[in-house]
Design a protein around this ligand. Structure first.
Ligand code: AKG
Ligand code: FE2
Length: 243
Protein backbone atom coordinates (compact mmCIF):
# COMPACT_ATOMS: atom_id res chain seq x y z
CA UNK A 1 0.00 0.00 0.00
CA UNK A 2 1.54 3.34 -0.99
CA UNK A 3 1.87 5.70 1.98
CA UNK A 4 0.34 8.58 0.02
CA UNK A 5 -2.90 8.46 -1.94
CA UNK A 6 -2.98 9.44 -5.62
CA UNK A 7 -4.82 12.62 -4.55
CA UNK A 8 -2.03 13.52 -2.12
CA UNK A 9 0.63 12.96 -4.79
CA UNK A 10 -1.32 15.15 -7.22
CA UNK A 11 -1.79 17.84 -4.58
CA UNK A 12 1.95 17.86 -3.88
CA UNK A 13 2.67 18.28 -7.60
CA UNK A 14 0.15 21.09 -7.94
CA UNK A 15 0.75 22.99 -4.69
CA UNK A 16 4.38 22.13 -3.94
CA UNK A 17 3.61 20.92 -0.42
CA UNK A 18 1.60 18.40 1.55
CA UNK A 19 0.64 18.06 5.19
CA UNK A 20 0.85 14.50 6.49
CA UNK A 21 -1.55 14.35 9.42
CA UNK A 22 -0.53 10.87 10.52
CA UNK A 23 2.18 9.81 12.92
CA UNK A 24 5.38 9.26 10.94
CA UNK A 25 7.04 6.92 13.45
CA UNK A 26 5.86 4.63 16.24
CA UNK A 27 5.66 6.34 19.61
CA UNK A 28 8.81 4.56 20.82
CA UNK A 29 10.79 5.56 17.74
CA UNK A 30 9.57 9.15 17.92
CA UNK A 31 10.57 9.34 21.60
CA UNK A 32 14.01 8.00 20.69
CA UNK A 33 14.48 10.74 18.10
CA UNK A 34 13.27 13.42 20.53
CA UNK A 35 15.79 12.17 23.09
CA UNK A 36 18.60 12.38 20.51
CA UNK A 37 17.54 15.94 19.71
CA UNK A 38 17.63 16.81 23.43
CA UNK A 39 21.24 15.59 23.57
CA UNK A 40 22.20 17.73 20.57
CA UNK A 41 20.50 20.74 22.14
CA UNK A 42 22.30 20.20 25.44
CA UNK A 43 25.65 19.90 23.62
CA UNK A 44 25.20 22.78 21.19
CA UNK A 45 27.79 25.06 22.79
CA UNK A 46 27.69 28.55 21.24
CA UNK A 47 25.29 27.62 18.47
CA UNK A 48 21.71 28.85 18.50
CA UNK A 49 18.96 26.24 18.73
CA UNK A 50 18.09 26.75 15.05
CA UNK A 51 21.67 26.12 13.92
CA UNK A 52 21.94 22.36 14.48
CA UNK A 53 22.58 21.68 10.80
CA UNK A 54 23.62 18.27 9.35
CA UNK A 55 23.56 16.58 12.78
CA UNK A 56 23.72 13.21 10.99
CA UNK A 57 27.29 14.00 9.87
CA UNK A 58 28.25 13.77 13.56
CA UNK A 59 25.71 11.28 14.92
CA UNK A 60 25.15 8.04 12.96
CA UNK A 61 22.16 7.16 15.16
CA UNK A 62 20.17 9.64 13.07
CA UNK A 63 20.64 7.48 9.98
CA UNK A 64 18.21 4.98 11.53
CA UNK A 65 15.57 7.68 11.11
CA UNK A 66 16.76 9.30 7.89
CA UNK A 67 16.99 5.97 6.07
CA UNK A 68 13.87 4.44 7.66
CA UNK A 69 11.12 2.86 5.57
CA UNK A 70 8.52 5.03 7.34
CA UNK A 71 10.13 8.07 5.69
CA UNK A 72 11.31 6.58 2.40
CA UNK A 73 7.94 5.00 1.62
CA UNK A 74 6.48 8.53 1.61
CA UNK A 75 9.37 10.09 -0.29
CA UNK A 76 9.23 7.33 -2.91
CA UNK A 77 5.64 8.31 -3.76
CA UNK A 78 6.93 11.77 -4.68
CA UNK A 79 10.34 11.24 -6.32
CA UNK A 80 10.42 7.56 -7.31
CA UNK A 81 12.32 4.52 -6.05
CA UNK A 82 15.94 5.71 -6.42
CA UNK A 83 16.44 8.02 -3.48
CA UNK A 84 19.45 9.75 -1.97
CA UNK A 85 19.72 11.56 1.35
CA UNK A 86 20.71 15.20 0.83
CA UNK A 87 20.67 16.74 4.28
CA UNK A 88 19.04 17.11 7.67
CA UNK A 89 18.71 19.88 10.23
CA UNK A 90 17.26 20.22 13.74
CA UNK A 91 15.67 23.65 13.57
CA UNK A 92 14.38 24.75 16.93
CA UNK A 93 12.93 28.09 17.96
CA UNK A 94 13.33 28.82 21.66
CA UNK A 95 10.35 30.22 23.59
CA UNK A 96 9.97 34.01 23.07
CA UNK A 97 13.37 34.44 21.38
CA UNK A 98 13.34 31.95 18.48
CA UNK A 99 14.24 33.78 15.29
CA UNK A 100 12.00 34.02 12.23
CA UNK A 101 12.79 31.94 9.15
CA UNK A 102 12.82 34.47 6.30
CA UNK A 103 10.86 33.75 3.12
CA UNK A 104 13.14 31.62 0.96
CA UNK A 105 13.49 28.83 -1.57
CA UNK A 106 15.78 26.01 -0.42
CA UNK A 107 16.92 25.68 -4.04
CA UNK A 108 18.33 29.24 -3.97
CA UNK A 109 20.58 28.32 -1.04
CA UNK A 110 21.74 25.20 -2.90
CA UNK A 111 22.15 26.84 -6.31
CA UNK A 112 25.12 25.41 -8.22
CA UNK A 113 25.58 22.41 -5.95
CA UNK A 114 23.26 19.98 -7.76
CA UNK A 115 22.37 19.30 -11.40
CA UNK A 116 18.61 19.87 -10.90
CA UNK A 117 16.28 21.23 -8.23
CA UNK A 118 12.84 20.18 -9.39
CA UNK A 119 12.42 16.99 -7.35
CA UNK A 120 14.14 17.66 -4.04
CA UNK A 121 11.79 16.98 -1.17
CA UNK A 122 12.00 17.96 2.47
CA UNK A 123 10.06 16.10 5.09
CA UNK A 124 9.70 18.41 8.12
CA UNK A 125 8.88 16.38 11.22
CA UNK A 126 7.32 18.32 14.07
CA UNK A 127 9.04 17.31 17.31
CA UNK A 128 7.28 19.77 19.64
CA UNK A 129 4.07 20.63 17.84
CA UNK A 130 3.91 23.83 15.84
CA UNK A 131 1.30 26.52 15.39
CA UNK A 132 0.98 30.19 14.50
CA UNK A 133 2.16 31.38 17.92
CA UNK A 134 5.34 29.34 18.15
CA UNK A 135 6.42 29.92 14.55
CA UNK A 136 5.07 27.09 12.42
CA UNK A 137 6.32 26.74 8.87
CA UNK A 138 4.34 28.60 6.20
CA UNK A 139 4.34 28.32 2.43
CA UNK A 140 3.05 30.29 -0.52
CA UNK A 141 1.18 27.54 -2.41
CA UNK A 142 2.11 26.87 -6.01
CA UNK A 143 5.33 28.88 -6.02
CA UNK A 144 7.52 25.85 -6.75
CA UNK A 145 7.86 26.53 -10.47
CA UNK A 146 8.58 30.25 -10.36
CA UNK A 147 12.34 29.94 -10.84
CA UNK A 148 14.70 31.71 -8.44
CA UNK A 149 13.40 34.84 -6.68
CA UNK A 150 15.13 38.12 -5.82
CA UNK A 151 16.58 38.31 -2.30
CA UNK A 152 17.51 41.19 -0.01
CA UNK A 153 19.70 40.96 3.10
CA UNK A 154 18.02 40.67 6.52
CA UNK A 155 19.23 41.08 10.10
CA UNK A 156 20.58 37.72 11.33
CA UNK A 157 19.99 38.60 14.96
CA UNK A 158 16.27 38.08 14.34
CA UNK A 159 16.38 35.82 11.27
CA UNK A 160 17.66 32.28 10.82
CA UNK A 161 19.10 33.00 7.36
CA UNK A 162 20.86 36.06 5.93
CA UNK A 163 18.48 37.04 3.11
CA UNK A 164 14.81 36.99 2.24
CA UNK A 165 12.56 37.15 -0.77
CA UNK A 166 10.92 40.54 -1.11
CA UNK A 167 7.37 41.31 -2.27
CA UNK A 168 5.58 38.28 -0.80
CA UNK A 169 1.80 38.39 -0.71
CA UNK A 170 1.45 37.01 2.83
CA UNK A 171 -2.32 36.85 2.51
CA UNK A 172 -1.74 33.71 0.39
CA UNK A 173 0.37 31.95 3.03
CA UNK A 174 -0.71 28.54 4.36
CA UNK A 175 0.35 27.77 7.95
CA UNK A 176 1.57 24.24 8.72
CA UNK A 177 0.03 23.67 12.13
CA UNK A 178 1.19 20.22 13.25
CA UNK A 179 0.88 17.96 16.28
CA UNK A 180 4.08 16.37 17.59
CA UNK A 181 4.95 13.41 15.35
CA UNK A 182 3.12 14.73 12.28
CA UNK A 183 5.05 16.12 9.33
CA UNK A 184 4.85 18.27 6.26
CA UNK A 185 6.53 17.79 2.90
CA UNK A 186 7.71 20.57 0.63
CA UNK A 187 9.30 20.98 -2.77
CA UNK A 188 12.82 22.46 -2.61
CA UNK A 189 11.73 25.35 -4.83
CA UNK A 190 8.62 26.51 -2.97
CA UNK A 191 8.63 29.87 -1.19
CA UNK A 192 8.37 29.25 2.55
CA UNK A 193 9.33 30.65 5.94
CA UNK A 194 8.19 30.92 9.54
CA UNK A 195 7.44 33.68 12.01
CA UNK A 196 9.50 34.18 15.15
CA UNK A 197 8.43 32.23 18.23
CA UNK A 198 6.44 34.66 20.38
CA UNK A 199 5.02 31.95 22.65
CA UNK A 200 6.20 30.29 25.85
CA UNK A 201 6.48 26.97 23.99
CA UNK A 202 9.52 25.66 22.11
CA UNK A 203 9.08 24.87 18.39
CA UNK A 204 11.30 22.19 16.86
CA UNK A 205 11.33 20.51 13.49
CA UNK A 206 13.65 17.87 12.09
CA UNK A 207 14.13 18.47 8.36
CA UNK A 208 14.94 15.35 6.34
CA UNK A 209 15.87 16.13 2.74
CA UNK A 210 16.01 13.80 -0.27
CA UNK A 211 16.73 13.92 -3.99
CA UNK A 212 16.32 11.40 -6.80
CA UNK A 213 19.61 9.61 -7.45
CA UNK A 214 19.39 10.79 -11.08
CA UNK A 215 20.47 14.23 -9.83
CA UNK A 216 24.22 14.78 -9.84
CA UNK A 217 25.87 16.36 -6.80
CA UNK A 218 28.86 18.40 -8.05
CA UNK A 219 31.78 17.30 -5.82
CA UNK A 220 33.80 20.49 -6.39
CA UNK A 221 30.84 22.58 -5.18
CA UNK A 222 30.27 20.41 -2.10
CA UNK A 223 33.56 20.11 -0.23
CA UNK A 224 33.16 18.01 2.92
CA UNK A 225 29.52 17.26 2.10
CA UNK A 226 28.32 13.68 2.45
CA UNK A 227 25.36 11.96 0.84
CA UNK A 228 23.86 8.52 1.34
CA UNK A 229 22.06 6.25 -1.10
CA UNK A 230 18.82 5.76 0.78
CA UNK A 231 16.97 3.36 -1.53
CA UNK A 232 17.34 1.86 -5.01
CA UNK A 233 20.37 2.49 -7.21
CA UNK A 234 22.53 5.43 -8.23
CA UNK A 235 21.60 6.96 -11.59
CA UNK A 236 23.98 9.91 -11.82
CA UNK A 237 27.47 8.70 -10.91
CA UNK A 238 27.40 10.18 -7.41
CA UNK A 239 29.74 9.13 -4.63
CA UNK A 240 27.86 8.00 -1.53
CA UNK A 241 29.05 7.27 1.99
CA UNK A 242 27.36 3.88 1.95
CA UNK A 243 27.47 2.69 -1.68
O1 AKG B 1 11.74 25.25 10.40
C1 AKG B 1 11.73 26.33 9.82
O2 AKG B 1 11.39 27.37 10.35
C2 AKG B 1 12.12 26.40 8.37
C3 AKG B 1 12.43 25.09 7.79
C4 AKG B 1 12.85 25.20 6.36
O3 AKG B 1 13.08 26.24 5.83
C5 AKG B 1 12.98 23.95 5.60
O4 AKG B 1 12.70 22.87 6.14
O5 AKG B 1 13.36 24.01 4.42
FE1 FE2 C 1 13.67 25.93 3.82
Amino acid sequence: MPKLTAEEVDAFGKNGYLIYRRQLFSEAKFDELSAIFSEHLADKGDKLSDELDTPHFRDPRLLDFLLADEVLDIVECLIGPDIALWSSHFISKDPYTGRATPWHEDSAYWEGRLSAYDRIVTLWLSLDGSDRENGCMRVIPGTHDNGFSEYTPVDKSVNTFHAEITDIDESRAVDFELEPGQCSLHDGRIIHGARANTSARRRTGYTMRYFPSSVYVHPEKNPGWRIWLARGVDKAGNVYVNA
